[in-house]
Write a protein of this length. Structure first.
Length: 429
C-alpha cells in the first residue's frame, strides 16, 4: 500500500536491537528520546487523480515530477510522548484529522493533544477534499485511505526507532518569499507581487541528534506558499517545500529526516511563481534548504527534555462573500456559519511550537512572536484540520483574494488566535 523510504542508520550491528527494544525501554524522566521516519505517498502514475490548489485546473495529473512524502518525528521525555507529522499534500480536512488522530491515539498511545499533524500546502498534489466540493470519486477515497495509513505507519515507525537524543533550536533568514497582496492599479487589491508588504523571512529550525552528535531529524518552519508551479502544471510535485526537504536530507547523506512545515504563509508567495519551469522549484528549494542546513549545523543541543501540550477550539462569526470587488462593483458579504479554529501548543523545553488550523496571514504570526513569553516561538499553519484563510484585522480593509475567500468575519481571528495561544502558554507557567 505504501513503501518505507527511510530508516535511521547508525551502527548496523545494533540496529535490530534498537528497533526491537525501543518500545520497552522507557526514557529516564527529563531526558529526551526521539525517532523519525519518512514514507512515500506518491500516487500511482496511472491514478488519474484530480489536482488541488487552482479552481481553473480541472484535469487530472499527467505525470510525476517528484515524489510526495509524509515525515514523522516522535518525542519522549520519560513522562509524555508527542508526534510532529508533515504531509506533502494541499491540506487535511477536519473530518480526516478526527479520524486519523483517533487511530494514532488508539494504536500508538500518543494523546491527540500531543499530535501536530500538518500539510505543507503544495499546489501540485492530489486533491484531499479539504476544500469541499462534494463527494470525492472512489480513486480519491482510495488515495486518502492510503494517506491515512501512511501517517499512522510513519508515527509507529518513528516511535519504534526512538533512541536517546539531543535537541536544539536556531533561526536564520531566507529571501524566497514575498507578500502577494498587491495594488491592482484601479484602487483595489489583487494577487501579485508586493515587495513592500509585510513578510517574515525567518527560517526556524529544530535539530534532533544522537548523543554522539549525529543529526537524524530536522524540523524547519518558513512562511511561503507551495505555488512556484502554477495552474498550468499537471505534474505531481511537492514544489519548493519538498525540494528544500530533499536538499537538507542530501546535505546529511540521507541519514536525516527533514520535515518542512508552513509558517504564516496566507499572504506569502514564492519570489518566482505561477509557471511550469521546475528549475525555479529546484533553485528556491536549494536556497531555503541551504539555510536550514546552515542553521542546523550551528545549533547547540541538550539531552534534557520537558514536553507539554494542549489544544483548544475557538470560534469566530462566519461570513460568505456574495459579490467580489471589481470594476464598478463593491465587495458584499452576508452572515454565514461560524468558523471553528483549532489551536495547538506543543512545548519542548523552552521551544513553543504553536499550530493553527488555517492559512494564517503574516501579521498574526509576528504579533504572536512579539507577545509570546517564549523567545523560541514558531507557528505551524495548515495544522490539525482546516479553517480556511485567517486574516489579521487590518487586512480586511484591503479586499484581496484572501479577504474574499475567508469564512471568518473581521474582528475575531487575530485576537482569537493570539490571545488563545497566549492563554494556553500561560497555563504552563
Amino acid at each position: 500500500m505504501f513503501r518505507k523510504s527511510f530508516r535511521w542508520v547508525g551502527c548496523l550491528g545494533i540496529l535490530p536491537l534498537l528497533l526491537s527494544t525501543a518500545a520497552v525501554i522507557p526514557a529516564e524522566k527529563g531526558t529526551l528520546r526521539a525517532g523519525a521516519a519518512k514514507l512515500d505517498i506518491t500516487p500511482a502514475a496511472d491514478a488519474a487523480l484530480q489536482m488541488s490548489g487552482y479552481a481553473s485546473r480541472t484535469a487530472g495529473f499527467k505525470s510525476i515530477h517528484d515524489g510526495l512524502n509524509v515525515r514523522a518525528i516522535v518525542l519522549d521525555d520519560g513522562a509524555a510522548q508527542a508526534a510532529i507529522v508533515s504531509c506533502e499534500v494541499i491540506g487535511l480536512s477536519n473530518a480526516f484529522w478526527e479520524k486519523i488522530t483517533e487511530r494514532v491515539t488508539r494504536e500508538t498511545g500518543i494523546a491527540r493533544d500531543h499530535l501536530i499533524l500538518a500539510s505543507v500546502h503544495t499546489h501540485a498534489a492530489p486533491s484531499t477534499g479539504v476544500y469541499g466540493g462534494g463527494q470525492l470519486p472512489p480513486n480519491h477515497l482510495a488515495y486518502i485511505a492510503r494517506l491515512e495509513d501512511a501517517i499512522l505507519e510513519s508515527v509507529r515507525q518513528a516511535k519504534e526507532g526512538m533512541q536517546p537524543a539531543r535537541i536544539g533550536f536556531g533561526t536564520g533568514t531566507a529571501k524566497v518569499n514575498m507578500n502577494r497582496r498587491a495594488r491592482n492599479g484601479e484602487g483595489g487589491w489583487m494577487l501579485g507581487n508586493n515587495p513592500d508588504g509585510v513578510s517574515d523571512k525567518t527560517v526556524a529550525v529544530i535539530k534532533f541528534e544522537t548523543l554522539s552528535g549525529e543529526p537524524f531529524a530536522i524540523l524547519s518552519n518558513y512562511g511561503v506558499h507551495g505555488t512556484v508551479m502554477g495552474a498550468g502544471n499537471l505534474q505531481i510535485s511537492s514544489d519548493l517545500l519538498g525540494a528544500a526537504s530533499r536538499y537538507v536530507e542530501r546535505h546529511y547523506g540521507g541519514k536525516v529526516v527533514s520535515s518542512w512545515t508552513s509558517g504564516t504563509a496566507g499572504d506569502q508567495d514564492p519570489i518566482y511563481r505561477v509557471g511550469t519551469d521546475f528549475q525555479n522549484v529546484i533553485a528556491l528549494g536549494a536556497i531555503l534548504g541551504e539555510e536550514v542546513a546552515r542553521v542546523a549545523d550551528a545549533i547547540k543541543t541538550t539531552n534534557r527534555a520537558h514536553i507539554r501540550a494542549m489544544q483548544r477550539l475557538v470560534t469566530c462569526p462566519g461570513k460568505r462573500t456574495v459579490q467580489a470587488p471589481g470594476p464598478g462593483r463593491e465587495y458584499k458579504f452576508e452572515d454565514s456559519d461560524p468558523v471553528t479554529i483549532r489551536l495547538s501548543l506543543l512545548i519542548i523545553n523552552d521551544i513553543a511550537i504553536t499550530g493553527v488550523s488555517g492559512e494564517v496571514l503574516t501579521n498574526i504570526g509576528l504579533r504572536l512572536k512579539r507577545e509570546s513569553p517564549f523567545n523560541r516561538t514558531i507557528m505551524i499553519t495548515h495544522c490539525n484540520g482546516s479553517s480556511g484563510y485567517l486574516p489579521d484585522d487590518a487586512a480586511y480593509d484591503q479586499v484581496s483574494y484572501e479577504i474574499v475567500t475567508t469564512r471568518a468575519k473581521q474582528g475575531c481571528a487575530e485576537d482569537a488566535i493570539v490571545n488563545g495561544l497566549l492563554e494556553m502558554m500561560g497555563g504552563f507557567f
